[in-house]
Design a protein around this ligand. Structure first.
Ligand code: F6R
Length: 265
């Protein structure tokens, strides 16, 4: 796992945007493959990265026309037109500002009559697109990634989950009242996420420090689902100083970043 500690949230956003832009450019430069397939997260953590990417698109530095995107998760039972459904959030924060083709942006279906079949179909669509090149992730205060709550199997695939009370409380800020936060969700599984070619997790602020420390330096354990990143051969964690404040080996991560083979990332 590569650990990159930067001074503040703005630097997290810039670093992540540059990594995503690089993944998009490297796929469009390859004449034998179609455009990049990017996994996108909702929540507050990736918003700065999306804004920094949108700026590159506006300035003509980044062509996103061939990009396909897959969201990590969706609430069960919220109509896609609800402003807090992840269909709406992804359209507002990713599809429109990055100029993506809406037909290439996929979000799990949380309103299907047969949710199991819809989850299997989502997995099929990811496979059909050739798999995800880069998956952007945030982390929950309880260590979840996607909505894989504690004790999710490392082998899990896209499926229905029950949101932890802490996650519902954390996400209540997006709704008029805490009871409006749905109880169930559909999320890519940890096994699905681990198949992405690159993982890029962003976290900012002290509220994430304990979860970050468990993910990076704790044991591999499903009680901290984000520890699954330890199993991935190309996972990068980009955090600000506050989110890094409970790491024991910060000096070592800094030492490594200053001596990257072939220069800085
Ligand atoms: C959202 C998602 C979640 C969030 C996590 C952190 O698609 O998958 O894992 O990334 O709950 O949320 P924020 O960024 O709002 O703190």
């Amino acid at each position: 796992m590569e650990i990159v500690v930067v001074p503040d949230a703005e630097a997290v956003a810039e670093y992540a945007a540059e990594r995503i832009a690089r993944a998009i450019r490297s796929r469009s430069a390859d004449p034998y493959r179609s455009g990049a397939v990017i996994g996108v997260a909702t929540g507050s953590s990736p918003l700065g990265a999306y804004a920094a990417l949108a700026a590159r698109v506006r300035e003509g530095e980044l062509d996103t026309s061939g990009v396909t995107a897959f969201a990590l998760d969706e609430y069960v039972g919220l109509d896609p037109s609800h402003p807090e459904s992840y269909h709406s959030v992804i359209r507002r924060t990713v599809t429109e500002p990055l100029g993506l083709d809406p037909a290439r942006v996929h979000v799990p279906d949380g309103t299907a009559d047969d949710l199991d079949a819809a989850c299997a179909e989502y997995e099929r669509r990811i496979r059909e697109a050739g798999g995800i090149d880069l998956q952007l992730l945030g982390i929950g205060a309880n260590g979840h990634i996607g909505f894989n709550e504690p004790t999710s199997s490392f082998a899990s695939r896209t499926r229905i989950k029950t949101l932890a009370p802490q996650t519902r409380a954390d996400n209540a800020r997006f709704f008029d009242s805490p009871e409006q936060v749905p109880v169930h969700c559909v999320t890519q599984g940890l096994g699905t996420i681990l198949e992405a070619r690159q993982l890029l997790l962003v976290a900012q602020g002290e509220a994430k420090a304990a979860a970050v420390a468990r993910m990076v330096e704790g044991p591999l354990a499903s009680v901290c689902p984000a520890s699954a990143l330890q199993l991935h051969r190309d996972a990068t964690v980009v955090i600000d100083r506050a989110a890094a404040s409970e790491l024991r080996l910060s000096d070592y991560y800094e030492y490594v970043q200053e001596r990257l083979p072939g220069g800085a990332a």
